[in-house]
Every structure is written in C-alpha cells, then in structure tokens.
Write a protein that binds this ligand. Structure first.
Ligand SMILES: N[C@@H](CCC[C@H](N)C(=O)O)C(=O)O
Length: 330
C-alpha cells in the first residue's frame, strides 16, 4: 500500500494532502471501496472505513475490502494452514466499520481486483483467504440472457442451519418483525460463513411493502447480529441441459450496512432456506433476483454452496485522507 501526495503542485500555503489509491467496484450493485495493501502498511481503522464508505463525505460503498498478504494477519495463519496457496486475504469491513467474516459479492470483486493488479491469472483458480476460511474462485461463462461482461463462481464452503435438525424439521427457529409488514413472521437462521435469517413473504407486493430503512427485529436476538433476507419463491424452470432451476426474488437488510442492492452470502442463505422448506426433490441450482441483478446459487454434493455472478470495477481514484478525516456521519 502506498499513499501519495495528492496536492504536490498545490500552492505552498495549502496543507499537504495525503492520498490513498483506491478502486471502486461492485457485484450486482453491492458496492465496495478496494485498497491494495499487499504489504500490510495501512492501519484500516473503523473510522477510516466509515469515512471511505460514506456516500456524501467519502467515496461511498456498502463495504471496504483490503487486499493484504495472508501471512501478515493473525487470521491469515489459519488460512495458510488450510491451504498454503491462499497468498492473498480479503479483509472485509462493513460500511459502519465493523469486521465481517465473509462477503460473497465481495469475493468476486476481490478476484477482479486481484486480476487487475496482476496477482491472479483468470485462467487458473484463485485461492484466497477470508475470516470464514479459504475460498476458491474460477471464471465461468455468463449465462444466456444476461448482459454482464464476466462471471465468477466461488466455492463458498459449507452452509449450515445452526438450529440443527429441529429447526430444519420445523422450518423456522426465529421470529422477525419487518417494518412495513403487519405480523411477526417465522424465519430460519443459516450460516454461510456469516449469520443470516431468512423469511418467506407472500408475494412481490409484500416484498415491495417491506420498509428496510430500519432493521428488522429478530427474536431470539442473534448474539453476533444477523443479515436478514426477505424472499419470494418464483416459478421453477429448466436449463437448456434439462437441470431443474429454482428461482427466488430477494431483498436484504445487511448487518453493519442497512438495505443493500445485493448480498452474495444472503443469496446463498435465501436459496438454501427455500430449498430446505421445499424438501426432497427441490432444485440444487437457484437463480436469485436482487434489486441489483441476478446471481446463481448451487448446492454442491459435498455440502458446500457455490455462488456465481458478475464483478465490475468502475473506477480508480485517490482519496485525500486529510479531507475525509473525521467526515463520516456529519
Ligand atoms: N454483502 C456481503 C455480506 C457482507 C457482510 C455482512 N454485512 C455481514 O456483516 O455479515 C455479501 O455479498 O455476502
């Protein structure tokens, strides 16, 4: 990571500004500020994250992603023990400055960033570290009918229902009140490396009526907070090769952010919840429509879940750290 003076040619009576080179990217409009800190020199404090992510006083994003060598982080040692080829680590922070274990859309955007930096040859698999463990990314064809330029598929690891068989049998283990909707609704908790609570709504009108400017109230209160996904099952279809493909629409309220236009781990949780509710014979492959686009979720035979979707890098910039300092939340 290098910081550069951004006003070297400014008049001498102006204070020297220090610039942080960043890249802005998104995956189905879940957007991030990305920082190349491969040598681990940046002190990415919670206030700095909030300043970078601030949409008015900063650059703006749902989160900040720092690319750093795994060997330089305590969390990186566990990852390197799991797979020594996980050279690079995705240090993910929510817009409020909190640390999150995992970000599914972020992993794809991280891959595009690593490729741009010359750290990954997209003909190979990218093996990277995250706080939820090692993740593997490969480039895959863009599905017919979508106009994205590139898609990546990520093995998101093992998904689980922390409530176990009892929760799976009942179909729920939590109650959620969503502002804008009348009743308290049953919901299912899932872990996809980070925590999720998924509830099904009656249809598109209810999905539109939900007020996600405020956090849904989840009971029992999840000890580490939760992301909340509202889903509406849509009609199943068959892919060209005959595979049965499930389909859901989803909105999400993210822990540490608020409503976002997409959440990759949330899409995995939503698809696996609906698949659980549907029982035997349910599809393994799901399309998840979010406000920012469409991603594909596949239940893999080994209990892992795969997330596929686009990643776009939209800008490179230099953030003036002296200008954003103390600005977030003003
Ligand atoms: N948008 C991400 C999830 C980011 C972390 C989440 N807000 C949390 O705190 O768990 C995704 O695409 O998965």
């Amino acid at each position: 990571m290098t910081t550069v003076p951004v006003s070297a040619d400014a008049p001498a009576d102006l204070p020297l500004a220090v610039g942080l080179p960043v890249t802005k990217g998104h995956g189905t409009q879940n957007d991030f500020v990305l920082v190349d800190d491969r040598d681990g020199l940046l002190d990415l404090t919670a206030p700095l994250v909030r300043e970078l992510a601030d949409r008015r006083a900063g650059l703006g994003g749902d989160g900040v992603i720092r690319l750093v060598a795994s060997r330089l982080l305590p969390e990186g040692s566990a990852v390197l023990a799991e797979d020594p080829s996980a050279t690079w680590f995705m240090d993910y922070r929510n817009a409020d400055g909190s640390v999150a274990e995992m970000c599914g859309n972020g992993v794809r955007v991280f891959a595009a960033f690593a490729q741009r930096l010359g750290l990954w040859d997209a003909d190979d698999e990218l093996v990277l570290g995250t706080r939820a463990g090692v993740r593997r990314v490969r480039r895959v064809p863009v599905p017919a009918g979508l106009d994205d330029d590139v898609w990546y598929a990520v093995d998101m690891g093992r998904w689980s229902v922390p409530g176990g068989d009892e929760a799976v049998q009942a179909g729920f283990d939590a109650q959620v009140h969503v502002p804008g909707l009348d009743d308290v609704r049953p919901a299912l908790s899932l872990d996809v490396g980070n925590p999720h609570t998924v509830l099904a709504l009656a249809g598109p009108d209810e999905l539109a009526a939900a007020d996600l400017t405020r956090a849904p109230e989840v009971r029992p209160v999840p000890p580490h907070g939760t992301n909340v996904e509202l889903v509406v099952p849509l009609a199943e279809d068959h892919a060209a090769d005959g595979t049965l493909v499930g389909h859901v629409a989803m909105r999400v309220h993210e822990r540490g952010v608020g409503e976002t236009r997409s959440c990759g781990t949330g899409a995995c949780a939503a698809a696996m919840a609906v698949r659980t509710w549907a029982g035997a014979g349910a599809p393994d492959v799901w399309l998840v429509d979010v406000p920012g686009g469409t991603v594909r979720v596949t239940a893999l035979p080994d209990g892992h879940v795969e997330l596929a979707g686009p990643a776009v890098l939209v800008a490179t910039a230099t953030v003036d750290l002296t200008a954003v300092a103390g600005s977030a939340g003003r």
